[in-house]
Design a protein around this ligand. Sequence first.
Ligand code: HEC
Length: 142
Amino acid sequence: MLSKKQARAFFLGGTVVTFLIFIGLTVYSLSAAQDQSNIENLSESAIRGKYLWETNNCMGCHTIMGEGGYYAPELTKVVERRGEAYIKAALMSPVSWQPNGRKMVKYEMTEAQANDMVEFFKWIGEIDLNGFETVVSPLAKQ
Ligand code: HEC
């Protein structure tokens, strides 16, 4: 059995060691080499696209990195999957986009707005997802 003195030393030693490990791992996580946000490629245009994404409630129906509504397809890798022209057609369409029956809101975006959205999707698509697989909603037909 540990004496009271030994128990105190054991407790203090353990606390100090785990605290130092915790600080070390925090510094490591925040170091530039660990950054996966793709922030160096964040353009003005992509920021405007993000603003459009938020102010038009795209997330009410779509997901990005799994976050959002499950009514319409996952969009993290949409540039890779559909290409720029397809995305712009969906956003600039004068009628509701509904290739498979389910309707998207008719946004009638201008060319400039659609370009900003594409830049936002490009930036999102190049983020290092650490192996996370984005799954397109099984309800949305391909
Ligand atoms: C009311 C729900 C709804 C909202 C809100 C919505 N969408 Fe959609 N979106 C859809 C549906 C439904 C489709 C077509 C899915 C299909 O192909 O069947 C679609 C398709 C798309 C596609 C083509 C995706 C693919 O893989 O075929 C893109 C890109 C897109 N939407 C972007 C956006 C953006 C950007 C916004 C916000 C400005 C937005 N959507 C808001 C429902 C929505």
